[in-house]
Design a protein around this ligand. Structure first.
Ligand code: IGP
Length: 255
């Protein structure tokens, strides 16, 4: 299964990171983070879209857009997105950590680091970048979720906790997650079904928790359908595969 291989790779990188002394280094990048949660909450006159920079995906192969991360971030900001997600996994998604720095040069919007976090060392590593938030996948970090959320927060990184099942959503809430991403994609089969968002969001009733619908959002009509079930939308492939990033994004933002 691809997901097992991706996690294995992430584990190998995390060990290398630890061996290189990653844990001992300064964790202050000198960057002053902005809040992804506040940005989503403040977004009342349009749909809160977290627009993703990713060049490849296991499901789609290479995506159309080859612009540099800084250029994409600039266009995304002009298209009205609320935050930017940067894929940093290299083998399957064509990303790297440097892409966060490159995106940051052209935007002050919140940046989410999107990767497969399997070890504390990667959280500490993220704290040294100009990212404001990071993804923690409940099904991957398992019993470490609570500790990883706490470690992220101690480094001024907000955690977007990704869930795909009712059980994972319950775990996320128990672990104190305040930002929950409902992944419409089943990482085991790689198939998407946006009705997942409604199915799981009705179980997350805590008013203090923000819900993000992730993956498989293809059209403005999808956004309209999902609106009443979530606070924000994480969109990658349909943007990166479009001929005009800006107008495609505007379609989602103003749907
Ligand atoms: O490209 P899409 O279908 O619009 O999906 C974006 C985002 O949700 C997806 O990239 C994603 C969701 N969770 C992840 C975990 C790791 C890597 C990638 C992801």
């Amino acid at each position: 299964m691809i997901i097992d291989d991706i996690i294995n790779e992430a584990g190998i990188r995390a060990s290398a990171l630890k061996e290189s002394g990653g844990k001992e280094r300064e964790n202050d990048s000198g960057y002053k983070p902005v809040s992804l949660k506040s940005a989503i909450k403040k977004c009342s006159d349009k749909n809160a879209v977290i627009a993703e920079i990713k060049y490849r995906s296991p499901a789609e192969g290479n995506l159309k857009t080859t612009l540099a991360p800084g250029s994409i971030a600039k266009v995304y900001e002009s298209g009205g997105c609320t935050a930017i997600s940067v894929l940093t996994e290299s083998t399957y998604f064509g990303g790297n950590l440097e892409n966060i720095n490159l995106a940051r040069i052209s935007t002050r919007l919140p940046i989410l680091r999107k990767d497969f976090i399997v070890d504390e060392a990667q959280i500490i590593e993220t704290g040294k970048t100009p990212a404001d938030a990071l993804l923690l996948i409940a099904g991957v970090v398992k019993e470490n979720l609570k500790d990883y959320i706490a470690l992220s927060e101690s480094l001024s990184l907000e955690a977007l906790v990704e869930v795909h099942t009712v059980k994972e959503a319950e775990e996320a809430i128990k672990s104190g997650a305040e930002l929950i991403g409902i992944n419409n994609r089943d990482l085991k089969t790689m198939k998407t079904d946006i009705s997942k968002t409604a199915e799981i969001s009705c179980l997350i009733q805590d008013a203090g928790v923000l819900k993000v619908s992730e993956s498989g959002i293809k059209t403005p009509e999808d956004v309209i359908k999902l609106k009443k079930h979530c606070d924000a939308f994480l969109i990658g492939t349909s943007l990166m595969n479009s001929d005009s990033l800006k107008s495609t994004l505007e379609g989602f933002v103003f749907a």
